[in-house]
Design a protein around this ligand. Structure first.
Ligand code: NAD
Length: 496
């Protein structure tokens, strides 16, 4: 297991020699002691990325793409090992890490390998005699800060477009889940990525993360994490006015209309909230049911939730593992009390499972709560296997519910009426909308937040994935060439 910082192509100890205990969420034992990056280490990493930038940005885009394709191949070649490591560190059931996280990581690197040399500039029709062309140039050294919920996959999302566009990177994994990022760093060395092009500095947010966000040598900070930290990132970025991209929290509405295929909607809604123990920014954590089908839907949905098999992340047949940290488990369980205090009804779950084999871990039962849409549990991101339920009568009420928080990241709707599907997709203020489905992502499809309530932007701004992400990692440079234009008469001219 790799436990050291990755700077300038080498694995090194932190300057202060400090380490962070990384836990196994199944039983809260220490899995590894990982070197803790502090400010001096971040400085070294930024310097290494600066040294690597001239050669990397001048490397032909097709060659950068070829290296990204090799990274994709390396991820696939080590798929089983990476899935096990990710499951052990995060608690994701191996079914999910092997079936979703690792393949999606490989697919993302492959996609950006493919488009590295397809981001074209433009020739702009301008006044006669001038040629004006626009080319896209990399930004320089970019800082990337990722959370603990999908650590490996987010390395792909962040590194793919940044590297394809010719930037060099300092990436800070979460202090809780650095293990697959560091294993990926070893694979980057194996495929021949030049030293310093990617640097990894696991460490605490308040020290390493904050220093990276403030760093005057960093041209852009791409952040995925909570809304509160996002605000701090914006403040920290002000010193050199670095570009900021924010993928923040969510409170995904999942709206079931009376004409929906209820079996499909129940299964999709369970995936929407219980996949990855609900620790997903796009989780469908607010279920809104049409009055006419609410009870019928809920009966089957509660039964489905109770049937989910909790267990060790590596055990065959496990459908939900532990949450990723004890602190987070306590945070999620604290919301159960909030719900009850506010008059909500815990329909099922709301506690740790009774199974003694899971007693030392961060497990929480699938939890369904009837709650008022204005209550805290319906407005704040719980980020666990915790879904609120409410009902509506009209399409307008459904839209008001969907848009009734400060978040606006992902939303789902279930209906057999094609017109309603498109009407609702347009009306929901969220970056992604899924119709008769939930939580689909793909490397070519833009991913990011808008706001829910008018003016709110709690889900952040900027886009991951696709050409949108490539553009976010480049600057457009406009070049004007005087081909045969007459200079205007009022231009100063030489001579007496
Ligand atoms: P977090 O904001 O606590 O931490 C995220 C990362 O930021 C970690 O690496 C952390 O060390 C670092 N960090 C913390 N304080 C910092 C500071 N002052 N300066 C710089 N870096 C700092 O979030 P989390 O608890 O790790 O992750 C959960 C949150 O992430 C949820 O709110 C979730 O919705 C969000 N999330 C969003 C997306 C998305 O794409 N929109 C995806 C996944 C998770």
């Amino acid at each position: 297991m790799q436990t050291r910082l990755f700077i300038g192509g080498e694995f090194v100890d932190g300057a202060d020699g400090a380490t962070v205990d990384v836990l196994d969420p199944h039983d809260c034992t220490v899995l590894a002691e990982v070197a803790e990056a502090r400010a001096a280490d971040v400085d070294r990493a930024v310097a290494a990325a600066h040294d690597a930038f001239p050669a990397w940005s001048a490397t032909p885009a097709a060659e950068r793409g070829r290296l990204l394709l090799r990274i994709a191949d390396a991820v696939e070649a080590h798929a089983d090992e990476l899935a096990r490591l990710e499951s052990t560190n995060t608690g994701h059931p191996r079914r999910d890490s092997a079936g979703l996280d690792v393949p999606r990581t490989a697919a993302t690197f492959r996609y950006f390998g493919g488009i590295a040399d397809k981001v074209e500039g433009a020739v702009i029709p301008v006044e006669r005699g001038f040629l004006n062309y626009v080319q896209r140039e990399p930004l320089g050294v970019v800082g990337q800060i990722v959370p603990w919920n999908f650590p490996l996959m987010f390395c792909g999302w962040k590194l793919g477009p940044a590297l394809a566009a010719g930037n060099t990177v300092v990436l800070k994994p979460s202090e809780l889940t650095p293990l697959t990022s560091l294993r990926l760093a070893e694979l980057l060395v194996e495929v021949g990525l030049p030293p310093g092009v990617v640097n990894m500095v696991p460490g605490y947010g308040a020290t390493a993360g904050q220093h990276l966000a403030e760093h005057p040598g960093v041209a852009k900070i791409a952040f995925t994490g909570s809304t509160a930290t996002g605000r701090r990132i914006v403040e920290a970025s002000a010193g050199n006015l670095k570009r900021v991209q924010l993928e923040l929290g969510g409170k995904g509405a999942n709206v079931v209309f009376a004409d929906a295929d209820l079996d499909l909607a129940r299964n999709g809604s369970a995936f929407a909230i219980f996949h990855n123990q609900g620790q997903a920014c796009i989780a469908g954590s607010r279920l809104a049911l049409h009055e006419d089908i609410a009870e019928e839907f809920l009966d089957g949905f509660v039964e489905l939730a109770r049937s989910i098999r909790l267990g060790h992340p590596l055990a065959e047949g496990t459908e939900m593992g532990p949450l990723t940290s004890p602190l987070h488990r306590d945070r999620v369980l604290a919301y159960v009390k909030v719900a009850v205090d506010e008059g909500g009804e815990i329909v099922t779950g709301g506690k740790a499972p009774d199974d003694p084999a899971l007693a030392d871990g961060c497990y929480v039962e699938p939890t369904i709560v009837r709650a008022d849409p204005a209550s805290r549990v319906s407005q704040e991101e719980v980020f666990g296997p915790f879904v609120t339920v409410t009902t509506f009568r009209t399409d307008d009420e459904a839209v008001a519910l969907a848009n009734g928080t400060d978040y606006g990241l992902g939303a789902g709707l279930w209906t057999r009426d094609l017109s309603r599907a498109h009407r609702m997709a347009r009306a929901f203020r969220s970056g992604m909308v899924w119709v008769n489905s939930y939580k689909r992502v793909g490397p070519g499809s833009p991913f990011g937040g808008v706001g829910g309530r008018a003016g709110a932007r709690a889900s952040g701004y900027g886009r991951e994935m696709g050409f949108e992400a490539m553009h976010d990692y480049t600057e457009a440079k406009s070049v004007w060439v005087n081909v045969d234009a007459e200079l205007p008469a009022w231009y100063p001219r030489p001579g007496p």
